[in-house]
Design a binder for this molecule. Structure first.
Ligand code: PLP
Ligand code: COI
Length: 366
């Protein structure tokens, strides 16, 4: 695939004339939280019908001007990605499987009738931002620089059809723990709402999916839980995923199950990586169906020993408690389980360059 230069795109670099002071940056890095602090720069690339991608720029992070009729503001033609840059054990910097994010971004683009971006351009854009803002990558264990590439429809037009102009943007945010509570295991609420129906946009990473999850997520928080779990839309029976994470179920007989990608679930890159790592651990890994009733029954009988959520933001997070309108149940001891911890350690060790990257997942940045 063509790089930016090969595609005839000139990447303009404009260093911030007044970046954050060392003091400000250090204060953020000491306590990054999640998603509230941002680095000095951003990437923007424009797309116009008839011209394709043009005006690639990395420059000071700034508010963007949009016409009030811009399609994204009316019909939510928007997609995004989430990936992280990690400080490596040897002091270098690496991205984890950015090519997989680039590929998923294009699958989302196709579902939302948006132009695709050459995968190498996506990766190069992310790389350039990380290089420019490398001082913003936290060192602390569990911390990283979260990258948010996204694309919006910018054409000023109120008719319902794909826009004729788009903006691709990458911003970066130093990240610590996604869950504020810092609890050893999270508690999840089974929603009566559904997230995605067959034939809908559940497999795409588009803003609309997340807008629809806010009320159920709010309900979960109001009831004292950390996250919401969605069941399938057709039967309201089969477990799909959380608002922003995939799920795994570990059984006492060495089986590890995750809901299959049926088109209503996001194909998580963490989920995919754990499929490989779990197989290497000798587990019987199954992508299949699992019902809420079975989950409750297996948790009670002890057949199910662990459940964990996984995603870029959440990494690997144990689920200790599940509650819904029919009551509540505890998984295992209600705390982190051994397998969850083992898989998390293996994944994190690869991401941080502390274990051999035997799968070619690490994308080192000079
Ligand atoms: N499911 C949803 C709905 C998500 O938003 C995410 C996060 O991106 C995931 C799953 C996990 O995907 P990944 O592991 O690629 O971050
Ligand atoms: C991610 O894990 O990257 C996501 O986009 C999930 C979101 C809930 C922050």
């Amino acid at each position: 695939m063509a790089s930016l230069a090969d595609a005839g795109l000139k990447f303009t670099t404009l260093p911030h004339p007044a970046p954050a002071s060392d003091e400000t940056r250090e204060a953020v890095l000491a306590n990054p939280g999640f998603g509230t602090n941002f680095t000095d720069h951003m990437v923007t690339i424009e797309w116009t019908e008839g011209q394709g991608w043009h005006d690639a720029q990395i420059g000071p992070r700034h508010p963007i001007a949009l016409d009030p009729a811009a399609s994204v503001l009316h019909y939510a033609q928007e997609i995004f990605e989430g990936l992280k840059a990690y400080k490596q054990a040897d002091g270098s910097i690496a991205l984890f499987r950015p090519e997989a994010n680039a590929a998923r971004f294009n699958r989302s683009a196709e579902r939302l009738a948006m132009p695709t971006l050459p995968e190498d351009v996506f990766v190069e854009a992310v790389e350039r931002l990380v290089q420019m803002d490398r001082a913003w990558i936290p060192d602390a264990e569990g911390a990283s620089l979260y990258l948010r590439p996204f694309m919006i429809a910018t054409e000023a037009f109120l008719g319902v059809r794909p826009a004729k102009s788009y903006k691709f943007i990458v911003i970066a945010s130093p990240a610590g723990n996604y869950f504020k509570s810092g609890a050893p295991a999270v508690s999840i609420w089974v929603s009566e709402y559904t997230r995605a129906a067959p034939g809908g946009t559940g497999a795409a990473k588009c803003g609309g999916n997340y807008a629809a999850s806010l009320v159920p997520q709010g309900e979960a928080i109001a009831r004292g839980h950390d996250q919401v779990v969605f069941l399938d839309a057709a039967e309201h029976k089969w477990i799909e995923e959380l608002g922003g994470m995939n799920l795994y179920f570990a059984f006492e007989d060495g089986t590890l199950l995750t809901p299959a990608l049926t088109g209503t679930i996001l194909a998580g890159i963490t989920r995919d990586s754990l499929l490989t790592l779990a197989r290497e651990e000798g587990l019987n890994v199954v992508e299949g169906r699992y019902s809420l009733d079975q989950w409750r029954e297996d948790a009670a009988s002890g057949k199910l020993v662990e459940t964990f959520a996984c995603g870029t933001a959440a990494v690997v997070t144990p689920v200790g408690r599940v509650a819904g309108r029919d009551g509540e149940f505890t998984i295992g001891s209600g705390g982190p389980g051994q397998l969850t911890q083992k898989l998390k350690n293996r994944l994190v060790a690869i991401q941080r360059g502390e274990a051999d990257d035997t799968h070619g997942w690490i994308h080192t940045i000079a």
